[in-house]
Ligand binder design. Structure first.
Ligand SMILES: Nc1ncnc2c1ncn2[C@@H]1O[C@H](COP(=O)(O)OP(=O)(O)O)[C@@H](O)[C@H]1O
Ligand SMILES: [Mg+2]
Length: 307
């Protein structure tokens, strides 16, 4: 296959590992700077080009690694590739839906998956009601598009809730007010789903004095073996978001495991190092199967057209 990896930074661990894993399986790989792809809507130019008008190869598959800061343009680039029928580890729609924490929680509620009690607040007027609605203080407040623990605050007093709202809201989107789960004791579970399999799992523990277990916040981690129920839940979360490759975060509560969030391009460094699992190769072999399935489908369609 000819695989394109959309990433702004070729030196990132995940980008390097995916490129290496693809080459090891004898695929051709090109790293493509997401912002260097032209989004051109012109019927006279059917192929994709870079912004400096160089023709891009016709990739068989892409791996979008769209950073949070370039979500809008990055999604447009993924859509351009989708119009060419390229196999992808994540569709533009799935990336958009999982990146928006509120949308993602709504989809999980609709799928009947367990999530912490949460309320969206779009103005200070409803903040007090939201805090009561999720069970009172303390609460966790979250920006709808945060990542790596940035934009997640533990709020113990109403006075600081108003300040937290202003900080996370910044005059734009809604802020999530969520029940705080002290019983998690700063721990959560990160599961990597590839295809219909959980390929790696770790438990993360927040650093002393922090309730956020993200490794970027100084958390530590160890590998774990999942129960059948927990694996099943992670697979359901990925399926509800139509994600074939996903990082699923679960948190322990008195009501059992709850889903915190899902990530469409999970970082590989932490999980591969902690679990000693080759997640990158699992992703490449998944793309191989998808590509083979797509070819069978296309052959079938051509056959039907001839008949
Ligand atoms: N409701 C909650 N109760 C207790 N801890 C939480 C809660 N929500 C998040 N956390 C902690 O904060 C971390 C970051 O929250 P998360 O929603 O995953 O945001 P991010 O996208 O920044 O990782 C989680 O991994 C978890 O350790
Ligand atoms: Mg998280």
């Amino acid at each position: 296959m000819y695989i394109g990896i959309l990433s702004r930074n070729p030196t990132l661990y995940s980008t390097r590992r995916l490129a290496q894993a693809a080459r090891d399986r004898l695929h051709q790989v090109q790293l493509v700077d997401t912002l260097n792809v032209a989004v051109e809507l012109n019927p006279d130019v059917p192929h994709l080009t870079t912004i400096s008008r160089q023709k891009l190869p016709h990739f068989d598959a892409i791996i979008p690694r769209i950073g949070n800061s370039v979500t809008y343009y990055g999604l447009a680039v993924v859509r351009q590739f989708e119009t060419q029928g390229v196999v992808t580890t994540a569709s533009s729609q799935a990336i958009a839906q999982s990146r928006d924490k509120l949308h993602s929680l709504q989809m999980m509620r609709q799928a009947g998956l367990p999530t912490p009690k949460t309320m969206a607040v779009s103005s200070l007027v409803s903040l007090w009601y939201a805090i009561q609605a999720v069970g009172g203080l303390p609460v966790v407040m979250k920006a709808v598009r945060g990542t790596q623990g940035h934009g997640v605050l533990l709020v113990r007093e109403f006075a600081s809730a108003a300040a937290a709202f202003e900080k996370l809201h910044q005059g734009k989107e809604a802020v999530l007010v969520q029940e705080y789960l002290p019983e998690a004791e700063g721990r959560d579970t990160r599961i990597i789903v590839v295809g219909k399999r959980c390929v790696a799992a770790m438990e993360r523990q927040a650093a002393a004095g922090n309730f956020r277990s993200n490794l970027h916040q100084g958390g530590t981690a160890h590998p774990i073996t999942l129960s059948r129920e927990t694996s099943q839940l992670a697979l359901q979360v990925a399926a509800a978001h139509q994600l074939d490759v996903a990082g699923v975060d679960l948190i322990h509560s008195r009501r059992g495991p709850l889903v915190l969030e899902v990530n469409a391009s999970p970082g590989l460094e932490g999980i591969e190092t902690v679990t000693q699992t080759d997640v990158a190769t699992a992703i490449i072999t998944f793309l191989e199967k998808e590509y083979a399935r797509q070819r069978v489908r296309k052959r079938g369609e051509r056959g039907r057209l001839r008949d």
